[in-house]
Ligand binder design. Structure first.
Ligand SMILES: Nc1nc2c(c(=O)[nH]1)N[C@H]1C(S)=C(S)[C@@H](COP(=O)(O)OP(=O)(O)OC[C@H]3O[C@@H](n4cnc5c(N)ncnc54)[C@H](O)[C@@H]3O)O[C@H]1N2
Ligand code: MOO
Length: 395
């Protein structure tokens, strides 16, 4: 049995990206950059107007009122081709190129139109309303660094850089095997004696997707070693990472590790000194990674959050540590002293602090609805009281 920090370090060491690929910008949401986004254009590509109004020569406004002849129009996408001569101006709209010799835009609200003339009486103010060429970014500038995940904000910058495609890390393929004779597809358990709905794989798959995995398959297996061995061999052929749920403990039908033995399973760790989730394990077989999560639903999701999330993050090109960002939270209720296993208390966040949820049972499913945080309690920690500061992780 190893400590949680040691298990997290093992995960950090092996969680490396699996290779890169180019994807169209429209399909790149949530992908992790394998190469930086470098601008192919200047933005804006020329001096452009920041407002709707008239492009003028500053020197023509030294004495007000000024009466300027309107000699053309400049729209975004179709600029005015000539230059602005003394005593004239060009009608201009937001985003349109500022024509040569004009150096200022006067907003239309303070311009009186008299036939072919624009008259500016007073209230000019100081703003020029011109965005200079490349004032947002220059061609060749790095807009998004390698290793960053493309969220909706970064996608705007990457598309604005004029990239049709981006180079991203390949998503790890994950296959989930849920073991247990008692497990039934949700919707069919009520009619079958001894059956319970298989719930864990739904949460594990969703959590792994959040951190970058692509779910290859989700299969249920009976507690039959021969059938499980066949499934293990097939799973290792299809996936980069196999997650087995249940059968992790010492019961007579706990075959989660045994099913991979014929495939040469090498364990990286087996059992971690944490509560819940002590039976969690990690191994390698046929060059692929295998993680075993306990079958109890809360234990499975807590260990998935603590160890599978950083593993998937790292395989996806992110820093594995980015999945374990602990923050400080204020307790709103007392916590008992911690036993000899480091404990991750399921808690709920409120505007002014955090409170443990009422059930800390490792088999609970209902309390998962409200438990949006894990509170980290070191082994042997003394009882905590209201107002104490604790380390919290989004769950
Ligand atoms: N003598 C000992 N018994 C147990 C130990 C121990 O150290 N010595 N460890 C306990 C701990 S801690 C845990 S956690 C559990 C986990 O054991 P398994 O991983 O072998 O889990 P199962 O026995 O397969 O299942 C436990 C429980 O969860 C239900 N389950 C399983 N899979 C699913 C699923 N996909 N969806 C919904 N529910 C699931 C299953 O029906 C059982 O009720 O072992 C303790 N025992
Ligand atoms: O560690 Mo088990 O997950 O306590 O029930």
């Amino acid at each position: 049995m190893i400590y949680f920090d040691q298990a997290a370090a093992v995960v950090g060491d092996i969680a490396k990206p699996l290779g890169s690929e180019s994807v169209p910008i429209g399909e790149a949401h949530r992908r992790v950059l394998a190469e930086p986004v470098v601008a192919r254009v200047d933005s804006p590509p020329s001096d452009v107007s920041a407002m709707d109004g008239y492009a003028v020569r500053e020197e023509d406004l030294l004495r007000l009122p000024a009466q300027l002849r309107v000699i053309g129009e400049s729209f975004a996408g179709s600029g005015f081709t000539g230059g602005v001569s003394p005593g004239s101006c060009v009608r201009i709209f937001t985003g349109a190129p500022v024509p040569p010799h004009a150096d200022r835009v006067v907003i239309q609200e303070i311009v009186r139109r008299e036939g072919d003339f624009a008259v500016i009486d007073d209230n000019l103010g100081t703003a020029k309303h011109v965005r200079g060429l490349g004032s947002d970014f220059r061609k060749g500038a790095v807009l998004v660094g390698s290793g960053a995940r493309l969220g909706y904000r970064q996608l705007v910058a990457a598309a604005g850089a004029d990239l049709a495609e981006v180079k991203v890390w390949r998503r790890p393929n994950l296959l989930i095997l849920g073991t247990g004779d008692e497990l039934a597809t949700p919707g069919s358990a009520a009619d079958t004696t001894g059956a319970i709905p298989e719930s864990v794989s739904f949460g594990v798959a969703a959590l792994a997707e959040v951190w970058g995995a692509s779910i290859r398959d989700r299969l249920r297996l009976p507690d039959d070693l021969k059938a499980m061995e066949r499934a293990a061999a097939q799973a290792l052929d299809k996936a980069d990472l196999v997650v087995v749920t249940g059968g992790a403990s010492v019961g007579e039908k706990d075959f989660a590790k045994a099913m991979f033995e014929r495939q040469g399973l090498e364990l990286l760790f087996s059992k971690v000194a944490i509560k819940p989730g002590k039976p969690v394990w990690l191994g390698r077989a046929k060059g692929k990674l295998v993680m075993g999560l306990p079958g109890n639903p809360t234990s499975a999701l807590v260990t998935a959050r603590l160890l599978l999330a950083p593993l998937v993050a790292g395989l996806s090109g992110l820093d594995p540590q980015s999945a374990l960002r602990w923050r400080k939270a204020t307790l709103l209720a007392p916590l008992p002293a911690c036993g000899d296993r480091e404990t991750f208390v399921r808690a709920r966040e409120f505007p002014d602090g955090v409170e443990p949820v009422s059930s800390q049972d490792s088999s609970a499913q209902k309390m998962l609805v409200d438990a949006d945080l894990l509170l980290r309690r070191r082994a042997g920690a003394i009882a905590a009281v209201d107002g104490d500061i604790v380390a919290a992780l989004d769950f």
